[in-house]
Design a protein around this ligand. Structure first.
Ligand code: DSN
Length: 439
């Protein structure tokens, strides 16, 4: 290829990056697993930490040049422990999936059984079985036993789970119970089940990836106090940090976790993201409670309005949601994949969602019955009750009224103009989706 074409490609990549920022500046981002970071978190991510290695534990690194990295990491661990009122924090997992793999490696052997939410009812792929290429089965060789699920309550069925455990033969007893998941409307019954799980020597992990910011903001359950032995999470969903992972636990599990994290699951642990986690923990200690309250109240308003407008919103029996998520069964109008595509034409960004009953109805991940909406990002942009009502109306206009995408796109771009700054942070002079040029 002639050299000048490389420069064209180089420029093209940067234009695509700018186009992406422009798209999100003009969109209503409702992916429940996403959020936007503050300018402070972005600054930490482009620091020189991004170029360094710091394998091991602070003070015991296998490289020189780590004195400032060590100071930040020690601070980061202290902040994580304070935020989650935990005895031990390992801030090195580079994602929620890696954090879960650390738990699998530290507390189970390949061939052991893990009980968790079925993917068809909202379990995460990292909890999945080998046949589905799920991390637990494929990478660590765990066998998966689903928690019985109660569709009306949209939650784990406690009585059926307890019966199931009591009837299980000793050699088939799970070694690990994994709470949490991707579709996560209501707190999971950790408190209700921890005694029985402990009676059978089952390690309890709580995957807080989705609800980490709500737990930190003290507006959701507190898994470690309710009986979880360990808690894993990603750091970029309701917790508005960089993409990354975090593990919290009681002191007695610290050494197992440390070894499984390094050298087990990570070599370098993306030091710039570690620094950005520290900044996120400070922001969350300062602003997390009001943010989490606003997220949950926004989710409730959006769910109630969608319901009033004629949508079948799941979880009605328990008030639709107590988290950042809303799940709608759209199968009366079109499938979840098509709903996702229709909404995207007007810059409303959601994801299709398998919902209970889909597999029996012959649906799969490509054409599930539902869509999932999350309000973490739009709350961080300062949207409140009236905006939730307006967004519900937009969704209705597109899915039920089938209005022209071009007309909707204009309305949505204009609605979006007033929400360009990050809230719940110390410094926000750089706009939320500003493309920052430093080259
Ligand atoms: N798949 C993501 C979710 O949306 O839940 C998390 O990894």
């Amino acid at each position: 290829m002639p050299d000048f074409l490389y420069k064209q490609k180089y420029n093209m990549i940067f234009s695509l990056l700018e186009n992406h920022s422009n798209l999100f500046r003009n969109s209503i981002p409702l992916i429940a697993s996403e959020n936007v970071t503050s300018p402070a978190v972005r600054e930490a991510m482009i620091s020189d930490f991004a170029n360094r290695y710091a394998e091991g534990w602070p003070g015991e690194r296998v490289y020189a040049g780590c004195k400032y990295i060590d100071s930040v990491e020690l601070e980061c661990m202290e902040l994580a422990k304070k935020l989650y009122d935990a005895e031990f924090a390992d801030v090195r997992a580079i994602s929620g999936v890696v954090a879960n793999l650390v738990i699998y490696s530290a507390f189970t052997q390949p061939g052991d059984i893990m009980m968790c939410m079925p993917i068809s009812a909202g379990g995460h792929i990292s909890h999945g079985k080998k046949e589905h290429s799920g991390t637990a089965g494929l990478v660590h060789g765990l066998n998966i036993e689903p928690f019985p699920f109660d569709k009306d309550n949209m939650n784990i069925d406690v009585d059926k789970t307890v019966n199931k455990i009591k009837k299980t033969e000793n050699n088939k007893m799970p070694k690990l119970a994994m709470f949490g998941g991707s579709l996560f409307l209501f707190p999971h019954p950790v408190k209700e089940m921890s005694d029985i799980l402990k009676e059978y020597d089952i390690h309890i992990n709580y995957d807080a990836a989705h609800v980490a910011g709500l737990i930190a903001g003290k507006q959701f359950q507190d898994p470690l106090k309710e009986g979880a032995d360990t808690m894993t999470m990603s750091t970029h969903k309701t917790l508005f940090g960089p993409q990354g992972g975090l593990i919290l636990s009681h002191n007695k599990y610290a050494e197992n976790i440390k070894k499984a994290t390094f050298p087990g699951m990570t070599s370098n642990h993306h030091i710039h993201h570690m620094a950005a986690k520290a900044i996120t923990f400070i922001e969350t200690l300062e602003f997390g409670q009001s943010y989490a309250k606003d997220v949950i109240s926004n989710a409730k308003t959006l769910a109630e309005t969608l319901n009033e407008l004629g949508f079948y919103v799941l979880g009605e029996k328990n008030g639709f949601t107590k988290s950042h998520q809303i799940v709608i069964d759209v199968s009366k109008y079109l499938d979840g994949g098509k709903a996702e595509a229709e909404l995207e034409k007007s810059n409303i960004i959601v994801n299709r969602q398998l919902i209970p009953g889909d597999i029996k109805a012959g649906r799969n991940y490509f054409n599930p019955g539902g869509i999932r909406l999350g309000v973490s990002e739009i709350t961080r942009l300062g949207m409140q009750k009236s905006e939730m009502k307006q967004i519900a109306e937009f969704v209705k206009n597109i899915i039920i009224d089938k209005k022209e995408p071009a007309e909707m796109l204009n309305k949505i771009k204009s609605f979006r103009k007033d929400f360009q700054t990050i809230q719940y942070c110390f410094d926000n002079k750089t706009k939320a989706y500003e493309y920052v040029r430093i080259k």
